[in-house]
Structures are given as structure tokens and as C-alpha cells.
Design a binder for this molecule. Structure first.
Ligand code: ADE
Length: 225
């Protein structure tokens, strides 16, 4: 998979890909992530990429021209499955969306900033609009990092058996069951006996029951999805 991220603050997006699972995925060659500074695609003085909105009102808007240039340059080099725009009024990201995005080959992610982008960018170039939650960030960069993390870890070959995504919370619309590690007893608090029994079919049943109980208690909305 190849992900091209268009941003006015590429600095924000460097470190998420320099550690842990995302770095390993890049080192293995399973995914390529390319950052594009929108300011490299403007002819205006001071590398201007934003302007005041027509009709008045506070806040700057990213202009269509540099975004068009950047997206057109990328599209002249390869085909893209989606051009995703990170925005608080997009569809809220969930595990199902992450699962389907992880199957794509080439994706562009456009990060908004200030008041967002000229509406014509959304009308002409964007194929999917994604929010990471009902709150407003200063820009789409942290949202793009969250999106990349949740998608990249699902690409086959990224996680090994120990970190398998199959047992993740949300994978079957269920929260994950409780987990324990050594010691088996801590200050009088014991690990459930079943987990020490060695009876793996029964352990599996216990985990399924606990996952269901936890979901019913904490996120009953997931069971009606
Ligand atoms: N940009 C600003 N707020 C955002 C959000 N909640 N999700 C995605 N992109 C955003």
C-alpha cells in the first residue's frame, strides 16, 4: 500500500511513522508513506497556500490551486483508489472503515487546516471524507496519523501472531475481553482460575462470554450495529 499525505505541517506527521509497528511496516516494505508539503506547490510569494474566505468571516481557507497541482502531480504518476479529506464533518472513522481501507493500493490523504479547504476541492477531487470524532482539531494531521495507524496495522504481514488484529476490540463489533499477565496473584487479587486451567476450548468460551458481557455493559450500541 502507498499513502501520500498532503499537509501544510509535515513536521506533525514525521514521528508517528518513526517508531513501533508503523516503522516496522515501512521497514518491511508493506507500506510506503510519503509526505507532501502543500507549500511546495504554490507559485505565490511567501509560499502562500491560504486566503481569506469570500463573503467575509474569520479564518483562512486553503486555496484550490496548490491542492490541484499536488493531487494532479501524484495522479500523473499512478492511479489512486481514494482521495480522502480529513475533516470534522466527515464520516466518523470506525473499525469497519479501517478494514476496508486496508485493502486498497494507493491512497491520498488531504489534511485540512485553518477553516478547511475551498469547497471546490471537496467537490472535484475528494472521494471520501473522514472524521476521527466529534471534536475539532487544529488540522487534519493528527486525524491522518490516527487513520494511518488503524489502517496500516491491518495490512497482512504487519502484525505477527502475538499482536494479531483478529482479537482486537471492535473486530467483531465486540469489545475485547479482560487480559491478565504474571503474577497470578497480586496483593490478594487473583487472575480468574479458568485462565490458568490449560483448558483452551473453555478459555475461548470464557473470553467470548466476557467480551459479550463487557460490550453489553459499556457499549450496548455496538450490539445493535
Ligand atoms: N480536522 C479537524 N478536526 C478533525 C476531526 N475531528 N477529524 C478529522 N479531521 C479533522
Amino acid at each position: 500500500m502507498r499513502i501520500d499525505i498532503i499537509t501544510v505541517v509535515p513536521e506533525i506527521l514525521k514521528s508517528p511513522f518513526e517508531a513501533s509497528i508503523l516503522k516496522r511496516a515501512i521497514d518491511k516494505g508493506v507500506v510506503e508513506v510519503h509526505l507532501h508539503n502543500l507549500r511546495d506547490y504554490t507559485d505565490k510569494s511567501y509560499n502562500q497556500v491560504d486566503d481569506y474566505q469570500f463573503g467575509g468571516g474569520a479564518g483562512m481557507v486553503l486555496m484550490i490551486e496548490p491542492i490541484d497541482k499536488c493531487i494532479s502531480t501524484l495522479k500523473s504518476q499512478r492511479e489512486y483508489d481514494e482521495v480522502i479529506y480529513m475533516t470534522p464533518d466527515g464520516k466518523t472513522l470506525n473499525q469497519k472503515m479501517a478494514n476496508s481501507l486496508s485493502l486498497l493500493n494507493n491512497v491520498i490523504i488531504l489534511c485540512g487546516h485553518y477553516k478547511g479547504v475551498d469547497q471546490r476541492v471537496r467537490d472535484l477531487f475528494v472521494t471520501k471524507e473522514i472524521s476521527i470524532g466529534d471534536y475539532v482539531l487544529s488540522g487534519g494531521e493528527l486525524g491522518a496519523a490516527v487513520l494511518c495507524d488503524t489502517v496500516i496495522r491491518l495490512i497482512p504481514g504487519v502484525l505477527n501472531n502475538e499482536t494479531s488484529a483478529l482479537t482486537d476490540t471492535f473486530q467483531d463489533n465486540l469489545l475485547a475481553p479482560p487480559v491478565y499477565t504474571r503474577p497470578a496473584e497480586y496483593k490478594g487479587h487473583k487472575v480468574p482460575d479458568i485462565l490458568l486451567s490449560g483448558n483452551f476450548p473453555e478459555i475461548e468460551t470464557w473470553r467470548e462470554d466476557e467480551a459479550y458481557k463487557r460490550t453489553e455493559q459499556l457499549r450496548p450500541d455496538l450490539l445493535n450495529d
